[in-house]
Design a protein around this ligand. Structure first.
Ligand code: AMP
Length: 505
């Protein structure tokens, strides 16, 4: 049987190794042939560190082309790639390393000493370094190694990567992703989004997360396309490279920030084929403003670390603002009562559940947690609440844990947020539940006003009275300059709940 190693499948998809794969504004350029040679050399280096098939390689480094090569080298060596958010502190790393027991820990050159101390403490055998400019001991170890490597044969279900979830409730869990989870999903996205070897993708996402690592990178690789690889999101730089690009993948904040850029016009984006958004909800307002300014309808899709991508708005046909589109081919989506699991009908809000080749095998060393998050018939319980409308579009109304229960009634924050966002002078809003002695939880609105706008709590509440049932009305409206967001653009409601706790006590 031929190998089902994701790397082998990527290599088979690339017809011409001379074709460019990646370039950076700093002047680095790699063809596919360069990429394959570099991944071979690093795969040999991994062997040198004693990395065997199935071993984990934990990686906490800055974004660079070499970090992508390291990811692919792990696939080639049959190792399990384990990227870690660059923001994690030493105390957090201790948990991840202790849990994952990697053979090798790759860190930034300036973190080497601390990483070695930590590695000795938790029993990780080797530490290597990788800098942003093709520097570090890993690159040294790879130098002079053969540009060919006999890829380790992998089967569909063999692990390719472990990605830890962000863990806003309780411990972070390691989602185990197989070669086939990654391959099948990227393969359908290439088709669904019509990526070809002619595409040039602006890649400005972090690569420790599913969006930048798997969606952006694997889709480009399987299509044989090219990436303009930016070390971080920078609106000026994006506008500068845009004339060369055909597509961009971003989180909603990319779009709201670019909308403020004077260079964003119909002309500047005329040759772009596709703008994709995901990882957090894109405001319908942002979608509309983007269309008005550029003539492009942003294509919004929905996915998560555990499942890769689940749904997407269509390439042809209506990209409906505020929805995440249809289930991708081969992905089954249903909405069920969160308590009983009973299936719900059109437009009924409940738990989104998903099944397909895209869905992960379980949480690393957490069989009980894994069992609790799957239904007996194999559907994964996403934790996202939503509905499917009459046309089959999926709508996300928020994370289950953000649901507010007030006086026994369920309030879906998104419904209240949409009303608030539509008010003049409101940039955006977040609606949270805070402990309340009478109601259990009190609906609380946090609003970001436009610069110079004079907003008044009482007036806002009065306007909402005509639009929302009484139990959904915020008990208080608070104002903030910015909402707290993580690197993927998600509003951190847990931080808001923490900041305003005690408001009703
Ligand atoms: P992560 O595992 O970090 O990718 O986070 C996954 C979560 O992000 C999902 O469970 C959703 O709650 C949220 N998410 C991703 N894409 C979207 C989207 N297009 N609209 C709303 N929420 C999204």
């Amino acid at each position: 049987m031929p190998s089902e190693n994701l790397f082998a499948l990527i290599r088979a998809a690339v017809s011409d190794p001379a074709k460019p794969f990646l370039e950076t504004p700093e002047g680095r350029k790699w063809s596919y042939g360069d990429l394959f040679a570099e991944t071979a050399r690093i795969a040999h280096a991994l062997r040198g560190y004693g990395v065997e098939p199935g071993d984990r390689v934990a990686v906490q480094v800055e974004k660079s082309p070499d970090a992508i090569a390291l990811y692919l080298a792990c696939l080639r060596a049959g190792a399990v790639f384990l990227p870690l958010n660059t923001a994690y502190t030493l105390a957090e790393l201790e948990y991840f390393l202790g849990d994952a027991e990697p053979r090798l820990f790759v860190v930034r050159p300036d973190a080497e000493a601390a990483a070695k101390t930590l590695a000795a403490k938790v029993g990780v055998a080797h530490v290597a370094t990788l800098g942003q400019h093709a520097d570090g001991s890993l690159i040294e170890a790879a130098k002079g190694k053969p540009a060919d490597f006999e890829d380790v044969a992998r089967k569909k279900d063999d692990l390719a990567a472990i990605l830890y979830t962000s863990g806003t409730t309780g411990r972070s869990k390691g989602a185990m992703l197989s070669h086939d989870n990654l391959y099948s999903n990227s393969h359908s996205l290439v088709d669904y989004w019509r990526f070809t070897a002619k595409d040039v993708l602006i890649h400005a996402l972090p690569i420790f997360h599913t969006h930048g690592l798997f969606v952006a990178t694997n889709v480009t690789l399987l299509a044989g396309g090219r990436m303009i690889f930016l070390s971080k999101f920078d609106p000026d730089l994006i506008m500068k490279v845009m004339p060369e690009a055909t597509a961009m993948m971003g989180v909603p904040t990319f779009y709201t920030r670019l909308l403020q850029h004077p260079g964003l016009t119909k002309e500047a984006t005329a040759h772009m084929r596709l703008f994709i958004s995901g990882s957090a909800p894109l405001l319908a307002e942002t979608h509309r403003e983007w269309s008005a300014k550029t003539g492009h309808a942003i294509l919004e899709r929905y996915g998560m670390t555990e499942t890769n991508m689940n749904t997407s708005n269509p390439y042809d046909g209506d990209r409906v603002p505020g929805t995440v589109g249809f289930p991708l081919p081969g992905v089954e989506i249903r909405v069920a009562d969160p308590e009983t699991g009973k299936l719900l009908g059109t437009d009924e809000i409940g738990m989104i559940e998903v099944k397909g080749r895209n869905v992960f095998g379980g949480y690393w060393r957490m069989p009980e947690k894994t069992k609790a998050e799957f239904r007996p018939d194999g559907f994964f319980i996403t934790g996202d609440l939503g509905k499917i409308d009459g046309r089959g579009y999926v709508h996300i109304v928020g994370r289950g844990k953000d649901l507010i229960i007030t006086g026994g009634f369920n309030v879906y924050p998104k419904e209240v947020e949409s009303e608030l966002d539509a008010l003049p002078g409101v940039v955006e809003s977040a609606v949270i539940g805070l402990a309340h002695k009478d109601f259990g939880e009190g609906v609380t609105a946090v609003i970001v006003p436009e610069k110079g706008a004079k907003l008044d709590e009482a007036e806002i509440l009065k306007t909402l009275e005509a639009r929302l049932a009484k139990f959904k009305l915020p008990k208080r409206v608070l104002f903030m300059e910015d909402l707290p967001r993580n690197t993927m653009g998600k509003v951190q409601k847990n931080l808001l709940r923490e900041q305003f706790k005690g408001l009703y006590e």
